[in-house]
Design a protein around this ligand. Sequence first.
Ligand code: NAD
Length: 279
Amino acid sequence: MATTPTVKLNDGNDIPQLGYGVFKVPPADTERAVSEALEVGYRHIDTAAIYGNEEGVGAAIAASDLPRDELFVTTKLWNDRHDGDEPRAAIAESLEKLGLDKVDLYLVHWPTPAHDNYVHAWSKLVELRDAGLTRSIGVSNHLVPHLDRIVAATGVVPAVNQIELHPAHQQRAITEWAAQHDVRIESWGPLGQGKYDLFGAEPVAAAAKAHDKTPAQAVLRWHLQKGFIVFPKSVRRERLEENLDVFDFELTDAEIAAIDAMDRPDGSGRVSAHPDEVN
Ligand code: NAD
């Protein structure tokens, strides 16, 4: 079984660069799907309180005989729990469902700027980390103004920013900010959530063909070579295996550049919600 490479976070912790995301995996199917993911070699699971499937993730972890320190588990604080001491109650509930005494990474899921409480939420995550309930902390769906504000207010730079990112939507302002501040980017929707013809696009199809790989594998390889962390979702074992089988080839600089050129800098490649509009 190929070992997934890890990347170093700015707090010194290591994260497997490729994992398994369980957004929209039905709760009743989650234990099976995560168990299969662990069997085929995934060691990094990305869930969230709002996905409603933390219990299934926990059941699969409990059923596996993997040592806890070989697993990397991320979950996220939902939008209606930013205020007061709610983040502490929320992480306690997530840990209970996951059957863990700490997670590896806890994220503020969305900034919900209309409520103007993401700075408070971030300051609470710092406390949760200091209390040992999560090893690392980060944010998700944070735009540059949100990032600037949380860092100015707390002096604590998130370990990651998990954002929608795929070839048609490359989020260059945020990735440049992240590079300047030593923040790792996690690409959610790395395959565009299947919402546009990513796999038929010429640069992707050509790279796949050249390396005798599938278009999904070529896209995942692009993310990895850009330094992004990814956790594609599938509930099918053969796709779980396919998505993990991306460590035996390398895209050329020209292939990377051709996929880079698929970006739509006007934002029209976005397939999901704009962070300013999720409140
Ligand atoms: P994705 O880009 O991973 O697309 C998933 C879809 O791609 C699947 O439904 C499947 O139909 C298809 N697919 C997967 N593997 C394939 C393959 N090998 N060949 C062909 N098709 C394939 O989208 P996603 O699930 O939204 O994103 C991945 C993860 O990111 C989620 O599961 C979740 O953990 C995270 N996420 C986070 C946020 C956030 O707001 N932080 C939002 C969405 C997703």
